[in-house]
Design a protein around this ligand. Structure first.
Ligand SMILES: O=C(O)CCC(=O)N[C@@H](CCC(=O)O)C(=O)O
Ligand SMILES: [Zn+2]
Length: 337
């Protein structure tokens, strides 16, 4: 079975009982760590090449990353891409992908907390998060050296920076050369989280010390409507990581750095944003501007200094994040043109 067929069947199947064959590649051990999670372990890896975790479809309606993932599978199947370093390929939420929805029961990208492995929440995304955490844990026991995790998403709204990376909260900052690598892959901004957030990228960073990012690669669109051209440098990076080679670029790209300074949670059913529906991510708001109204917390007003809003979304579950507030990082290392 080809890798492309394996993942296509994984998304489309009614029941997940049919796989004994997780695909084959010459010179590579293909290990199924969970349904829809394949480790590609080269039999003769380049010792200098780092391992990579590539995930897509954590949100089912974010299709451009799933199409990029498909490009990788097609290149691997056709023998156009050689596996030179360990790679873990993860297709996130198959039920949500098949339904064309962000999630079915609850937001999968808020469920990556190791404590929940011990709980018996049977909601579909809770089960899947447990499966994915255990699959990652198994992959990490087989490898050594630094790991890069790219969890690929697309944003609900337009963005002043259409392609940006969210850096999960960590005591250990991302090295400059990793930001530079992302910039070379077409990422235009980096947004550093200010606290733990239980996303997938946070899981691999927090528990495994990986260099992990949620990558926002444009805007949500149906399958077939994505313009993959601006993502071609990102595809080059994904291919280079799997091949265990360096990304060939001019080395002159840069990105703008922001840090999260606060977040607005939706605490009540009586919650609304004061922002227009077409406000783009990273739009700046001056002191005095109203950002949100919540029946329990009251009005959210910008205080002393302007803030940039990211991921505004009033339609989140109660107790979930509805908006991030960010400010530019002064003298960002990758912004030294
Ligand atoms: O556009 C939006 O409002 C959401 C897009 C998205 O799914 N973003 C991720 C970011 C995760 C992170 O903070 O690292 C999410 O909300 O899960
Ligand atoms: Zn997403």
């Amino acid at each position: 079975m080809s890798l492309s067929d394996y993942f296509a069947d994984f998304i489309a199947a009614d029941e997940l009982t049919v796989w004994s064959d997780a695909g084959t590649l010459p010179g590579v051990s293909v290990i199924e760590h969970a349904p829809g999670v394949l480790a590609l372990m080269p039999k003769a890896p380049d010792p200098a090449a780092g391992a990579t975790i590539i995930s897509a479809g954590i949100h089912g309606d974010e299709t451009a990353p799933i199409e990029l993932f498909g490009e990788l599978l097609a290149a691997l199947d056709a023998g156009q891409l050689r596996v030179g370093a360990p790679a873990l390929l993860i297709m996130g939420n198959r039920r949500a992908i098949a339904a064309g929805k962000r999630y079915i029961d609850t937001n999968l990208n808020r469920r990556f907390q190791r404590d929940t492995l011990l709980r018996d929440d049977e909601r579909l995304e809770c089960l899947r998060a447990r499966e994915l955490m255990q699959a990652v844990d198994r992959f990490m026991t087989d490898i050594s050296g630094p790991v890069l995790h790219m969890d690929m998403h697309t944003a609900i709204r337009d963005s002043r920076y259409p392609r940006f990376a969210v850096e999960p909260f960590s005591e250990t900052p991302t090295p400059d050369d990793v930001w530079q690598l992302l910039a070379e892959a077409g990422i235009q901004a980096g947004l550093s989280q200010h606290q733990h957030s239980w996303t997938f990228s946070h899981y691999t960073r927090h528990y495994h010390g990986a260099m992990s990012f949620t990558l926002e690669l444009g805007r949500v669109a149906p399958f077939g409507s994505n313009d993959l051209e601006p993502l071609s440098p990102m595809l080059d990076l994904l291919r280079a990581r799997i091949a265990g080679t360096s990304l060939k670029t001019a080395g002159r790209a840069s990105l703008v750095r922001f840090e999260v300074v606060d977040e607005v949670m939706r605490e009540s059913d009586d919650f609304s944003l004061c922002l227009a529906d077409d406000i783009a991510n990273f739009t700046e708001f001056a002191p005095g501007a109203c950002l949100a109204r919540d029946g329990i917390q009251g009005d959210w007003i910008v205080r002393e200094a302007p803030v940039h809003v990211v991921f505004p979304n009033a339609n989140v579950e109660r107790g979930a994040r509805a908006l991030l507030l960010a400010r530019p990082v002064p003298q960002a290392p990758c912004d030294s043109r």
